[in-house]
Design a protein around this ligand. Structure first.
Ligand code: NAP
Length: 288
């Protein structure tokens, strides 16, 4: 078995690279079976600097695993109707397996309408209500990339999560809620916490697994964590001392059994899972 963490630090970069290697092989197999490869189309609206970096990386890694990759760029003044029409066009394009509209969108565009216009079979982000519903019903679905990445990291550390008490901090549609569904699927007992939770420290101290997806630098302290817990840090926070997570890494790494660093933990898994979802969408559109 691979050594997936040393000194209890989960190497998300390495695990993501392994996942991309597997995907590269899958793409070759699909090409020989269907004479075509999965294609990811990303739509970028406006000039948001972090979005531009994310999209560039998505394109780079999609190409690296042998997929087709296309980025469609629009000015932030684009009319909603034009964007929705483009999505419809992509829904009907056989070369496109996965469609991702990079968020955030300008205020005049209805995010919900955009998400609902994407064919759920091409929804690589797993945000379409059909996929959200399927995930919570325990059916096959596209799974949001970041929680999927967290779940894969957890399974590398502990194959059987059954009966573990997991505490999820944050209840966003992007992270907290789908993460909860994935943990339930693994038979964890899940506590989901948020900004109105009364005693977050007390909740965390009961956890065998903590998933922090908040957006507050170093919120989770060393004395919030039970000895031997697994801690997955989703947070990406810009501070004067650089990018840090939602977990106080220096303190928590002394008590946790395993912990993800920021950067280099969950982040790299997110893009690898996006590519994984694109392959899965390709399979769905080629199975009928
Ligand atoms: P979000 O939509 O802003 O949700 C944050 C959640 O944290 C909300 O549910 C909020 O509660 C909760 N919260 C806020 N303050 C809290 C507190 N003091 N105690 C407990 N819970 C609190 O954020 P998000 O989109 O899920 O992102 C969370 C973090 O993950 C951000 O740092 C983001 O940059 C990062 N992120 C990382 C990746 C990656 O690839 N690694 C991907 C996506 C996001 P309420 O619901 O009550 O407001």
């Amino acid at each position: 078995m691979h050594q997936v963490y040393s000194k209890m630090i989960i190497d998300g970069k390495k695990i993501a690279a392994e996942l991309r290697e597997d995907l590269k092989k899958k793409v070759v197999e699909l090409k020989s079976k269907y004479n075509s490869v999965p294609g990811l189309t990303v739509i970028l609206v406006g000039e948001d600097a972090p979005s531009k970096i994310y999209v560039k990386n998505k394109e780079k890694f999609a190409k690296e695993v042998g997929m087709n990759s296309e980025v469609i760029k629009y000015s932030e003044k684009i009319e909603e109707k034009v964007l929705l029409n483009k999505i419809e066009e992509l829904n009907n394009d056989k070369k496109v397996s996965g469609i991702l509209v990079q968020l955030p969108l300008p205020k005049h565009i209805d995010k919900r309408k955009v998400i609902e216009t994407i064919d759920h079979k091409k929804d690589v982000d797993g945000f379409h209500p059909m996929n959200v519903g399927n995930l919570s019903s325990g059916y096959d679905s596209s799974i949001p990339c970041t929680p999927l990445g967290c779940s894969l990291l957890l399974k590398k550390i502990e194959k059987n999560l059954s009966g573990k008490h997991a505490v999820v901090i944050g209840r966003s549609n992007l992270n907290g809620k789908p993460m909860t569904q994935l943990l339930l699927k693994e038979n964890c007992t899940v506590t989901i916490t948020h900004s109105k939770t009364k005693d977050l420290k007390k909740e965390c101290l009961r956890a065998d697994i903590i998933i922090a997806a908040v957006g507050m630098p170093r919120l989770v302290k060393g004395d919030w964590v039970k000895k031997g817990a697994i801690v997955i840090d989703v947070g990406i926070n810009k501070t004067d001392s650089g990018i840090v997570g939602d977990v106080d890494f220096d303190e928590v790494s002394k008590v946790a059994k395993a912990i993800t660093p920021v950067p280099g933990g969950v982040g790299p898994m997110t893009i690898a899972c996006l590519l994984n979802n694109t392959v899965e969408c390709f399979k769905k559109t080629h199975s009928n």
